[in-house]
Design a protein around this ligand. Sequence first.
Ligand code: ZN
Length: 272
Amino acid sequence: MIVDTHCHAYWEGLGDREAEVRANMLAAGVARSVQIGADLDSSRMALALADRWGDGTWCTVGVHPTDCQDLAAETAGAVVRELESLASSRRDKVVGIGETGLDYYHLTKGAEGAQKETQRVFFAAQAALAQKLGMPLVVHTRDAAEDTAALIKGSGVRRAVIHCFSQDIRFARELQDWSDGVYFSFSGVLTYKSAAAVQEVARALPLDRILVETDAPFLVPQAVRGTASVNEPAFTRHVIDFLKALRPEPPETVESAVWENSHRFFGLPLPR
Ligand SMILES: [Zn+2]
């Protein structure tokens, strides 16, 4: 049994064929999912989907770095207060804050400095909210490993997941040592031919710190790249199968450990 710990099944390409996406998931053994918010609107959509799908579906609320970089940094407080009221009024469904983080890949030429600063302000505010509510933080990072590690440590956050892990072993070790509440989530990127460094990390980390995800509708895993144009939660199956082949433990041990990790990290109730 599998949890897709990070997807956006409410977005175009998936949200418009929701019943089919849900049926595909369940048929693939992906029994549970965490729907991730990327701004205020999509956080509300993630919560609405968690309500529609009922048991086995949860969500997070947050603002992605690329989605906040053109806002005024002074608006962070008001935006995060909105996130707080969503999260604290729906603790039955909202299980984390994010995705937040730093993305230096999608900056606008000429505005880099201001955009980085705005991303940092929103990141720090969401990290503080996660700590206030006792919730884990979902972190996106691209071309910003050093600043991301510094921000996590500076914020004092101890429970965080580096989602769609695509950094190197040094970054992983630094955060692994920072807190045993930092987890690492692998997506379809793990399965790409160009991902030797990411595969090395997935092999080297302690098994009890690993999660899997799709980040659907993005990042179709290698096994279905030729046939699927849109990623979907069912394809978490391909990510975990790839992970099982990489790891030294028996395959069934890997799958059950990752299942338990997902529940422990997000504080999800295990099925009766
Ligand atoms: Zn995402």
